[in-house]
Design a protein around this ligand. Structure first.
Ligand code: PLP
Length: 449
């Protein structure tokens, strides 16, 4: 979301750098100068409570001294070394990850973004399945997996279409998502018998050469969609029975966001590959992870791992991860579990108190609020086409009100995401929800009469 600030003059950020996923014209960003705890501050000195952790990544808020000092210390000791060398910090982080990842995850590749983690996962799945001539990857519509050639083809939302005409990688298929509120099959759970999962199995059988299925255990950007009970387990059964790898994209859901180290833990499911980023360093440095199980790890003992980057296993990023994981272990996970009931109560109240709130979905400190023009018929205020056409969006008006009242919200088409730093206090959480509560009067006033 471009945040308009009429007092901000054209500068070299605006003139010489790109704003992503937007037309460049009219970009007039607020300048941010510092952050502390759950708040960040603009150049006029005004502070904002971050109710979305920016791009759902600032899990530890701003200014965490332990993470900052760990990065500083590592910079003074060894700031970079090529990825084929061993380092203390690489050993330390790998041991810590082993203790928190599902226990079948034994081998790790460190990249620098969620996109990179998924690109690595695609290649790993294809290399592993090459002898069986399986190369296609299935993902779900209503998903986001990254912005590069392969990861964007995995992506189910409209961003793929913006470049489809000239950026067409082959071997990618998408199927109808597990989205009960807008069920693609127009069925109701549980009478649907998980038609979405059965449709996936049908597709796998008809195609015949599927290497992997990738999914977000809780769909992030596209609405914080918590899957119906039984879906993730069924996904695991289907992929196992059909000799297809299961990749869990935990880029947004990893590292305590949902009240578990990883979202798949909620359903006790062990994927073959897990990708993650964001919370791994709480956004103090760019790091991502592609983790694989033993059979895949064994495969590469005798096959070339045909992948790599200059900044793989970068010591500074790993130092940030090491300190961030300690914070989660020491107090953050407990805090998330303690404060989640309040979060759930407050987000549910939004639906009870506002006619424009069609649906609220949440798990842990991860929530989505969908704004409907016609709640009875589940019709949102805006569509992806409105966003493509650059039409004004109702959620942007809500976010603008919130910013004016000192609260930041990440918005997307017709919903906003409530995902505060995992360290947020009860008082701040209530304050953030109070402002959201007021802001929703804007959409309430414009619902279908
Ligand atoms: N996968 C998911 C589920 C994401 O939410 C994102 C980013 O929001 C990505 C992948 C891509 O991560 P990055 O923006 O770090 O490349």
């Amino acid at each position: 979301m471009a945040i308009k600030n009429p007092e901000n003059e054209l500068n070299s950020t605006v003139e010489n750098t790109f704003v992503t996923w937007s037309r460049q014209k009219g970009w007039n960003p607020l300048k941010i100068i510092s952050g502390e705890g759950s708040y960040f501050t603009d150049s006029s000195g005004k502070s904002y409570l971050d109710m979305s952790s920016q791009l759902m990544c600032c899990h530890l808020g701003y200014g965490n001294k332990n993470v900052i000092n760990a990065i500083k210390k590592q910079a003074e000791t060894l700031s970079y070394i090529g990825p084929s060398f061993d380092t203390d910090i690489r050993e330390t982080v790998s041991e810590k990850l082993k203790s928190i990842l599902p226990d079948n995850m034994v081998k790790y590749f460190y990249g620098t973004s969620g996109t990179e983690a998924n690109e690595a996962a695609i290649k790993i799945a294809r290399m592993y399945m090459a002898d069986k001539k399986k190369n296609k990857i299935i993902s779900f519509y209503n998903s986001y997996h990254g912005s590069t050639l392969g990861s964007l083809q995995l992506t189910g939302d409209f961003r793929r279409m913006l470049v489809d005409s000239y950026e067409n990688a082959s071997g990618f298929l998408r199927v109808a998502p597990q989205f009960c509120y807008h069920c693609p099959f127009k069925l109701k759970y549980p009478e649907c018998n998980l038609a979405c999962a059965e449709n996936l199995e049908y597709t796998i059988k008809q195609e015949g050469n599927i290497a992997a299925v990738i999914f977000e255990p809780v769909t992030g950007t596209n609405g914080v969609v918590v899957p119906p009970d039984g879906f993730v387990k069924r996904l695991r059964e289907i992929t196992e029975e059909n000799d297809v790898l299961l990749i869990a994209d935990e880029v947004m859901t990893g590292f305590c966001r949902t009240g578990e180290w990883f979202a798949v833990n909620h359903w006790n499911v062990k994927p073959d590959i897990i990708t993650t980023a964001k919370g791994i360093t709480a956004a103090y440095a760019p790091l991502s992870l592609t983790a694989v199980d033993k059979k895949i790890s064994d495969f590469f003992e005798d096959h070339i791992f045909a992948h790599g980057h200059t900044y793989e296993a970068h010591p500074l990023m790993l130092a940030a991860a090491s300190a961030a994981i300690d914070e989660y272990k020491n107090y953050v996970l407990d805090h998330v579990r303690r404060i989640s009931p309040l979060f759930e109560k407050r987000i549910k109240e939004l639906r009870e108190n506002h006619v424009s709130v069609g649906d609220v979905r949440s798990i842990g400190l991860f929530g989505g609020v969908e704004i409907n023009y016609d709640r009875e018929n589940r019709i949102p205020f805006n569509t992806a086409q409105d966003k493509i056409d650059g039409k004004p969006l109702m959620v942007s008006r809500i976010a603008k009100y919130a910013m004016e009242h000192g609260v930041y919200l990440n918005t997307w088409i017709s919903h906003f995401i409530v995902a505060p730093p995992l360290i947020i206090s009860e008082e701040d959480l209530n304050r953030g929800f109070d402002v959201i509560d007021e802001a929703l009067k804007i959409s309430d006033a414009e619902v279908k009469k």
